[in-house]
Design a protein around this ligand. Sequence first.
Ligand code: SAM
Length: 215
Amino acid sequence: MKLNYRTFWRKSGLKGRWGDVYLSRLEKYKPKFFLEIGVFCGVTARNTCDYLFQIHGNNFKYTGIDLFGTKKNLSNDEVEPKFLKDQKFSNPLKNFYYNYIVKENLNSLDSVKNFLRKYENNINLIAGDTNTVLNKVNLNIIDFAFIDGGHSYQTVMNDLDTLYANLKGKNKVLLCDDYGKASHIPEVERAINDFSKKKSLDINVIEDRFAEIIT
Ligand SMILES: C[S@@+](CC[C@H](N)C(=O)[O-])C[C@H]1O[C@@H](n2cnc3c(N)ncnc32)[C@H](O)[C@@H]1O
């Protein structure tokens, strides 16, 4: 099956070829119960649902967690990627369309819900800080988690610890963004290294960007 990550005229954390690199991990593991931490504008969510629908029909579930504008716990500790700071687009047409015509905040729960409406029976979107809400989610069933939310040491460690407490020994996939040189965030790398050392787990680095850990 040809992998074709699309951006749908929105913003995505996975630009250019990175979308297809990401989809290749779904192609490898074919998860049915999927979790994304850090939904942002929903583009990776939509590509994930499109891909899982192609291979499983309606027999898949996507859960996505994001602050969606709610307050984060560790406000002064969080490391925010530059493109998140405000809703500015390099394409002036896009800027005009989203900020002045439709006045839509693409990182809002309403906007992402509407964007994913085709899959309304497959998705569960949760607004909140993973440091508070992740342990309230039923994580036992997750096959594949894409961890791309808060980028501070403490948040990445919390996300990994909470997931691992539920998935240990089950051979499930934890895919973390921003580990390698291609989009390096030092706190993310440090948290993933400390976590894998603590739990004696191997890190498989994908294309010098993603860190993949099998539980
Ligand atoms: C890099 S973006 C995610 C990009 C997205 N995965 C994609 O592929 O387009 C990070 C997202 O994580 C969210 N976020 C940051 N800290 C968070 C936290 N502590 N809990 C939940 N979401 C968080 C931000 O609101 C932002 O939308």
